[in-house]
Design a protein around this ligand. Sequence first.
Ligand SMILES: NC(=O)c1ccc[n+]([C@@H]2O[C@H](COP(=O)([O-])OP(=O)(O)OC[C@H]3O[C@@H](n4cnc5c(N)ncnc54)[C@H](O)[C@@H]3O)[C@@H](O)[C@H]2O)c1
Ligand SMILES: [Zn+2]
Length: 356
Amino acid sequence: MAENNSDKTIFISSDISADLSDFFNRQNPPKVFVLTDSNTFIHCLPLISKILPANTEIFTIPAGESQKNIENLQKIWNFLTENFADKNSLLINLGGGVITDIGGFAASTYKRGMNFIHIPTGLLSQVDASVGGKNGINFRDIKNIIGTIRFPDKILISPQFLKTLPHDEFISGLAEMLKHGLIADESHAKEIFGKDLFSEISNPDVLLPIIRKSIQIKTYFTNADPFEKGIRKALNFGHTFGHAFEQLSLKVGKPIKHGNAVAYGMICELFVSHKKLGFEMKSMLEIIEKTTEIFGKPDFDSDSIPELVSMMHHDKKNTDSQINCTCLSKIGKYEINVEISDETAKEALVFYKQLS
Ligand SMILES: NC(=O)c1ccc[n+]([C@@H]2O[C@H](COP(=O)([O-])OP(=O)(O)OC[C@H]3O[C@@H](n4cnc5c(N)ncnc54)[C@H](O)[C@@H]3O)[C@@H](O)[C@H]2O)c1
Ligand SMILES: [Zn+2]
């Protein structure tokens, strides 16, 4: 088991074939299993199938967040048991964040932990979900409530998989990259605003360095604080308001992507940052304009503002009754555990609602 995500465990390249072959040559796992979802089975498995050992067993679950559940977890454990997987066998999780989360959880609990690697195939999973050691499932409608922190033996990342990723999924991943830029590196945020990256989806020369930078930022925080006692919370920027937008969108039957919700959350949290930490107004307005161009705006009416605030109170990041978020005093300078009153939260939402 890897102790964290170091340069030794994360491999980023325009084609992962050589890294994957090299891994098999060095480790020579007695049995290899691959977990995919119904989309990555079609689009991603063919890109690695020639490299897999002949007796590799594949298991596929349907695509989608609702599949990250206990029933599928049990099916994966059954699959491993029926195929006599042991601790030295290898599970390859080939897919988006749903697959890396549930596959990582299945592997980290099977026989108290078998070998596993992630091959994240969506942008969000490459820059966020696969990195940082968190694995898990949703349970009783609560996201990620059951899980482990255990790092995969390797993460193999390549933009080669992104060519088949739908546009809305790509944009969702971009929001987490923007978050990395805003909390840690202004030049990274500028790169994300600087060009239409989706139009470069087949161009590894453009995507590879930006993906690499984003992963470096995420691993900086997760390696320093794997159990989220302190600075890892910086990565929650945008998520206090973002989760409320996401939850409301589900409730009204018009679900939005997680990344879009985070982008909207970042705008509200920048407003809070302006009020509480003096984040510069001019810079905030520039970010809002560019963010809106890429991610659009949330669809909520003024009547739902009290409900959004109430949803924020139930956010798992709050330690007591006070709403809590990560704020910025300027780009690249964050403060964690900023407590905000309901009034300030409402003010941020009213401000956002009024933006034309
Ligand atoms: N563990 C963590 O630290 C962490 C961090 C962030 C998010 N997450 C989790 O990640 C999940 C969201 O991840 P996601 O957005 O990748 O969701 P996802 O796994 O559902 O993938 C999104 C969609 O893209 C499809 N897809 C993936 N790669 C593709 C490809 N190359 N070509 C075509 N289609 C492809 C999938 O089949 C799916 O339909 C959530 O469950 C979230 O809780 C975990
Ligand atoms: Zn997120």
